[in-house]
Ligand binder design. Sequence first.
Ligand SMILES: C[S@@+](CC[C@H](N)C(=O)[O-])C[C@H]1O[C@@H](n2cnc3c(N)ncnc32)[C@H](O)[C@@H]1O
Length: 241
Amino acid sequence: MASNRYYDSGEQRAARVRDLFDTIASRYDLINDLQSFGLHRHWKRRLLQLAEARPGQRALDLCCGTGDVTRALAQRGVETVGLDFSQPMLAVANARTKARSLGAAIQFLRGDAQQIPFPDNRFDLVTISYGLRNLADWQLGLREMQRVTRPGGRILVLDFGKPDNAIWRGIYFAYLRRFVPILGRIFCGDADTHGYILESLLHYAAQKGVAAKMEELGLTRVRVVNLTGGIMSINYGEKPL
Ligand SMILES: C[S@@+](CC[C@H](N)C(=O)[O-])C[C@H]1O[C@@H](n2cnc3c(N)ncnc32)[C@H](O)[C@@H]1O
């Protein structure tokens, strides 16, 4: 059987993801806007609404990338840490942050979301956007999120989803399979770039599986907010008091 670079173990996919983001860091925001038709901004705004962040709180934004959500939280007066394992993505995040005056302290830190370098019960709010799906072990990532959230704190996961409607799902998967690799070829000279989205999604339990895992971890008020017919989704849960 011909080898397919995507159909690897979680660890191998994670290594490939790191290489990918190291390579495309300077073009990431542009590609993100193009492939989502700018809609990722709307989906992130929805995440921020649900987060109900308040001044004086502490937040951790995992897999922060170039820092959209991290900065938005800091703008709300939240003391925020953005964590990512790609130094080039963090360099873009830092450069973009310098130009803004933010309401609260913001720090970008290099680290692995599966081994969060903070003690238990540290944050009021832990977010991850378009990151959980990329982890070698997303369930471990969710356990780590729960560990560092304080009792009563909130956990929010924004990511690609799997729509229930078969026709819509077919259109959306075709878009990811055919159109997104073309963008990769044009902007990164490599059709495989971003072709990984569909592959990573096929390996991912998506909104229903994440909700089930949140329940299993004992989170409360667990819910799924489907966006754009479920092609994107936000999983929400709270750590019990
Ligand atoms: C698709 S980008 C999302 C960036 C940003 N959150 C956003 O929504 O625009 C995924 C990010 O996750 C990071 N990442 C993937 N696996 C990681 C891990 N195990 N630990 C930390 N960061 C990771 C990548 O370096 C990349 O910056």
